[in-house]
Design a protein around this ligand. Structure first.
Ligand code: FE2
Ligand code: FE2
Length: 248
């Protein structure tokens, strides 16, 4: 039995591709077929596969039907996080999604998913992504204050949702945690954030995140061990569509 994770499938079986860059980067060529093959070789029915957000380019549930069918046809139990592109998933309507897909998909939001003696907890997260202003040497010399203020509000809301997830698990007696975010835990300006602080507060053993696409973005945030927590990036193009084993 293993816990696997990967993010950013960005499926578009029945909706237009809304990121033309996806077509140019070789990593995305036939990625649906490659990912399916890699899952078949690695993931067993008793395993759990966490899909770390940005599942579909569809704008609503009807436009995501075939994308969700594809996900349901993968081996293992599927746990989904919200990504910034998952327009089909209104956070407030998570319970309805869990009822609709009961036994087939689990939508992680203000709840948790048990795995052995661990609780899989998480939320979309948020990080400030600029605009940044660079000096002549290419270093960050400033940033858009209005956008930064807006980001602060979104971070606060996501931190509330993350705490709700931790507390739901703790209430049921869980003391070991793997924490998932779709966004990286820190912006490129930070070494710590409300998200890293919360991971440390609850003693999460790992923080797993996605969202970063293309080699130039793979090191935007923390990778490896920091203050006792292991940080891992699992965006699909970073993993070349091989699900990452998070726990045995
Ligand atoms: Fe993405
Ligand atoms: Fe994303």
């Amino acid at each position: 039995m293993s816990l696997f994770a990967i993010g950013d499938l960005h499926l578009h079986f029945q909706s237009p591709l809304r990121a033309p860059g996806q077509l140019k980067d070789r990593a995305w060529k036939n990625h649906e077929a490659r990912f399916r093959k890699n899952c078949a070789a690695l993931v067993r029915e008793g395993d759990t596969l966490v899909l770390d957000g940005d599942h579909s380019w569809g704008r609503n549930l009807a436009e995501c039907e075939q994308d969700l069918e594809y996900i349901m046809s993968l081996p293992g139990k599927k746990v989904l996080l919200r990504g910034n592109h998952d327009m089909f998933w209104d956070a407030k309507k998570t319970d309805a999604l869990n009822r609709q897909f009961e036994g087939r998909l689990f939508f992680l939001q203000n709840n948790y998913f048990p795995y052995r003696d661990y609780a899989v907890v998480g939320t979309k997260g948020y990080t400030f992504e600029g605009p940044f202003y660079l000096n002549r040497r290419g270093q960050v010399a400033g940033w858009d204050e209005k956008e930064a203020g807006h980001a602060e509000k979104l971070v606060a809301r996501e931190l509330e949702r993350l705490r709700a997830s931790f507390e739901a698990a703790r209430k049921d007696g869980f003391g070991r945690f793997v924490m998932f975010l779709h966004y990286p835990p820190t912006s490129i300006l930070e070494k710590r954030s409300g998200f890293t602080d919360m991971a440390e507060e609850y003693g999460a053993e790992q923080v797993v995140y996605a969202h970063c696409h293309g080699a130039s973005r793979f090191h935007d945030s923390i990778l490896g061990k920091m203050r006792g927590v292991e940080y891992r990036l699992v965006s699909g193009d970073y993993l070349l569509w091989n699900p990452e084993r998070i726990l045995p």
